[in-house]
Design a protein around this ligand. Structure first.
Ligand code: IPM
Ligand code: MG
Length: 359
């Protein structure tokens, strides 16, 4: 029986549109093989939305997303919007999307492709076999806590304020997601906080520790974030699943990405309790290489695989995409960011063609 799904595409800014094009071609090629009927609608977000409507997240976009089965987002942002007031910046649109869809759980896997081991700046013996999952809380913490803003005191000095806050229920629900993911992986969970200094982290640690009683098969450990940042470089193989708050997760997931050689390879999934998830590459909009057919579309293609797996429950189709990526890398085909001597360099479009061939 054919299954029908509606996917909202949010190409956004910079390299967004070109990597979206390749990814949609891949999805269209895979769909009939697994009896899927995918239809696509396109919405505005980020700088593109600011230019068209003055708003980085038009209400219409949010409505479209809510009505679809899953959202595939490319990237947002660019220099030309960086000096706008915060409410009109591309990043505010992305945060609004996360908040509007209630996407509290952000899954960022960092897996080494053995073919790319030489593309990492780290020694092969350190990164060989790395396979970890960062579970980042995405709709709370210092990104959303109140009060926030730039305030002027009586002495006329400005003071910038953000608030790092977590409620028990917010910690509990992300901890639950992380424990369940750890259960499906190697049953090792490391919670990262700054409980030696921050009260919000103490509460975080207490709740995660309490939750562990429900998951006796999962081995829970805790690390302070500074130590975690160091351990990720020193011995990344000690990690399997990492759970952490919004800000620490933002930073550690970029660090974890670089273990794998290029941030151009890493997908992510953002999920809520109900409703459509948002699937997007971890990397940004790379305005410096936009429109030049230089971008690596693989992170977005792998995000489409996550969309099939976590968003539509189509595990086989997801695996087929991942296999195609594997095959293309095996064949020595590389974009500039993952290029190494003796390989064949292609552009964004060329990578797309290679994937279609592999499929
Ligand atoms: C990410 C990005 C975003 C974040 C920015 C673009 C708002 O860095 O998804 O990691 O900080 O969450
Ligand atoms: Mg980030």
């Amino acid at each position: 029986m054919t299954e029908q799904y509606l996917i909202t595409l949010l190409p956004g800014d910079g390299i967004g549109p070109e990597i979206t094009k390749v990814t949609v071609e891949v999805l269209k090629a895979i769909a009939p093989k697994f009896d899927l009927e995918l239809s696509f609608q396109e919405g505005l977000i980020g700088g593109a939305a600011i230019d068209a409507t003055g708003n980085p997240l038009p209400e219409e976009t949010l409505t479209m997303c809510r009505q679809s089965d899953a959202v595939l987002l490319a990237a947002i942002g660019g220099y030309q919007w960086d000096s706008l007031p915060r409410q009109q910046r591309p990043e505010t649109g992305l945060l609004g999307l996360r908040e509007g869809l209630g996407l509290f759980a952000n899954l960022r896997p960092a897996t080494i492709f053995p073919q790319l081991i030489d593309a990492s700046t780290l020694k092969p013996e350190v990164i060989q076999g790395v396979d970890l999952m960062v579970v980042r809380e995405l709709t709370g913490g210092i990104y959303f806590g109140q009060p926030k803003g730039i305030f002027t005191s009586e002495t006329n000095e400005k003071r910038g304020v953000n608030t790092m806050a977590y409620r028990e229920s917010e910690v509990d629900r992300i901890a639950k997601v992380a424990f369940e993911i750890a259960q499906k992986r190697t049953k090792k969970l490391c919670s990262v906080d700054k409980a030696n200094v921050l009260d919000v982290s103490q509460l975080w640690r207490d709740r995660v520790t309490a939750m562990a009683a429900n998951y006796p098969d999962v081995e829970l450990s805790h690390l302070y974030v500074d130590n975690a940042a160091m351990q990720l470089i020193r011995n990344p193989r000690q990690f399997d699943t990492i759970v952490t708050g919004n800000l620490f997760g933002d930073i550690l997931s970029d660090e974890a990405a670089m273990l794998t050689g290029s941030i151009g390879m890493l997908p992510s999934a953002s999920l809520g309790a109900t409703g459509p998830g948002v699937f997007e590459p971890v990397h940004g909009s790379a305005p410096d290489i936009a429109g030049q057919d230089l971008a690596n579309p693989l992170a977005m293609v792998l995000s489409a695989a996550m969309l099939l797996r976590y968003g539509l429950n189509q595990d086989l189709a997801a695996t087929a995409i991942e296999k195609a990526v594997w095959q293309v890398l095996e064949a020595g085909i590389r974009t500039g960011d993952i290029m190494s001597p003796g390989m064949v360099q292609v552009g964004c479009q060329g990578m797309g063609e290679a994937l279609l061939e592999a499929l």
